[in-house]
Design a protein around this ligand. Structure first.
Ligand SMILES: [Zn+2]
Length: 485
């Protein structure tokens, strides 16, 4: 005769088997529990100190060179500027062969046969082409610059016009507007050439960003992981892949049926059963304390239309953790996607998940001290000892921290906002979808002409001494993509 009528029913403890009902009030209570405890997602105290914010606001940016000045520049002046900033090579620079790494020599061929300016043709002393001629490079002084591929079609390089385009891209002007900004009575620019130039800008920006992210190591902090995708296409043919080697056999192309109920209705309304290909998928890893972000690419995935977007791949998560996260001293916070939680467990990262499926965004999660390494305990103890904005509360046998991946998600929405601004969201080619995300991240942090100019210089410097990428393949993401993580 358990609880007979000693207490009225409304005062009885709730039955253990019953979970709290999922309604707005309960959800809000879970999401705000940390507020009552005075617990913050990160110890990072911005307060009035704006200097530690990531990125430079465009309106706060001061540039040494104004756009109006650049429009006055002649090709000669622009060339001098580019040469002094090493976008164009110095007169005495040596070039290495992309096949065998030996220094290229002056061509010994007479000029009469091709009519080309022999001064600018170099050849490799060792390599031979199929016809047993020496491997030649025309317009050698422009190799690994954006002007090389135009030269092969007999144009002369338009340095001044290119610099105008560069400036416009560096302050986030949409592509269709650039066309109207940079042309004048003497200089005209085709849409196709503009397209190429703008894509090359994004390419080098992405290259620099990924190069910088390579060095990032997360240590002694709470890291968040979340996936993003920026464009979905109706499946028309095979999805295009940047990396040709398949890692898993065909799991990527299994067509997932939509969830019953909510999504089934959606699909019927759209009246289309063609599969969707999700492109531009990336995994974002963000440190709550350091605010550093690392992005790792994911392969495109196919689902049925109306189905939820595909989850993160375990292989990608593993790669990101291996490369960038010191598992011994870090604690992770993710959503409850299986690849994320399972992989974090495998690496020995105590994980504080949020459950988005029941609108649980920032729950307060208790992590047992016994499940942690000494260093992880040290990390959280340190976070709990901060007087202002503690990121952890120390209990006797556990720590309380805020779960979920809000910070990583805001990073994704920041990137998407930037892409939307320049008309790049949803309408870019799948090939550029990942490059775009790296590039906008770079533009957020370092807008302005000079960072973009140095990006071109650094790309040229890296490529001219590196084997593998021939000048004709420079700036092409389908040919030069080994740098993409
Ligand atoms: Zn060679």
């Amino acid at each position: 005769m358990g609880g007979s009528t000693i207490r009225p029913k409304k005062f009885q403890a709730p039955a253990l088997s019953k979970r709290p009902k999922r309604n707005l009030k309960n959800v809000r209570a879970t999401n705000r529990k940390h507020v009552a405890l005075g617990l913050k997602a990160s110890t990072h105290d911005r307060g009035t100190d704006k200097s530690r914010r990531t990125g430079t606001r465009l309106r706060r940016l001061t540039q040494e060179i104004y756009f109006a000045d650049i429009t006055q520049w002649s090709d000669g002046k622009a060339e001098k500027f580019l040469r002094s900033h090493e976008v164009l090579p110095g007169k005495k620079e040596k070039l290495h062969c992309w096949e065998c790494d030996s220094v290229l020599e002056k061509s010994n061929k007479a000029s009469s046969s091709s009519g080309n300016d022999v001064v600018d043709v170099l050849q490799c002393p060792r390599c031979r082409t199929k016809g047993r001629h020496a491997l030649e490079l025309k317009n050698a002084s422009l190799s690994y610059t954006p002007f090389w591929s135009s030269m092969s079609r007999g144009y002369s390089p338009q340095y001044a016009l290119w610099l105008r385009v560069l400036f416009a891209v560096s302050v986030k002007v949409p592509k269709d507007s650039i066309l109207h900004m940079v042309q004048d009575a003497k200089h005209s620019l085709s849409e196709k050439l503009l397209d190429r130039w703008v894509n090359e800008c994004f390419f080098v920006l992405a290259y620099m960003e990924s190069k910088e992210q390579e060095k990032v190591q997360f240590q002694d902090e709470i890291v968040e992981l979340d996936g993003s995708k920026v464009c979905s296409h109706k499946k028309t043919s095979q999805p295009t892949h940047l990396k040709r080697r398949r890692r898993t056999k065909s799991s990527n192309t299994i067509v997932k049926p939509p969830l019953p109920g909510r999504f089934a209705r959606n699909q019927a309304a759209r009246g289309d059963k063609r599969p969707m290909v999700h492109h531009g998928r990336m995994l974002y890893v963000k440190g709550r304390g350091s605010r550093k972000v690392v992005m790792v690419t994911m392969r495109p995935r196919t689902t049925q239309k109306g189905a939820p977007s595909p989850p993160e791949d375990a292989t990608t998560v593993r790669k990101a953790l291996q490369r960038h996260v010191d598992a011994k001293s870090c604690v992770s916070a993710t959503d409850s996607a299986k690849a994320l939680t399972a992989t974090c467990r495998k690496f020995g990262l105590p994980n504080a998940p949020a459950r988005h499926c029941i609108d649980e965004m920032s729950p307060t999660v208790e992590l047992n001290q016994s499940d942690m390494t000494k260093q992880q305990q040290k990390t959280l103890t340190k976070a709990s000892k901060v007087l202002k904005r503690p990121a952890a509360l120390k209990r006797k046998q556990s720590f309380l921290i805020v779960g979920g991946d809000n910070s990583a998600e805001s990073e994704i929405s920041r990137a998407k906002g930037q892409m939307r601004r320049t008309n790049m969201l949803g309408r870019i080619s799948p090939r550029n979808a990942q490059v775009q995300q790296f590039a906008v991240k770079r533009l957020l942090e370092k807008p302005g002409l000079m960072p973009l100019v140095t990006a071109f210089a650094e790309y040229r410097r890296d490529r001219k001494n590196q084997m593998g990428i021939q000048p004709g393949h420079a700036f092409q993401i389908d040919k030069d993509n080994t740098w993409l993580p």
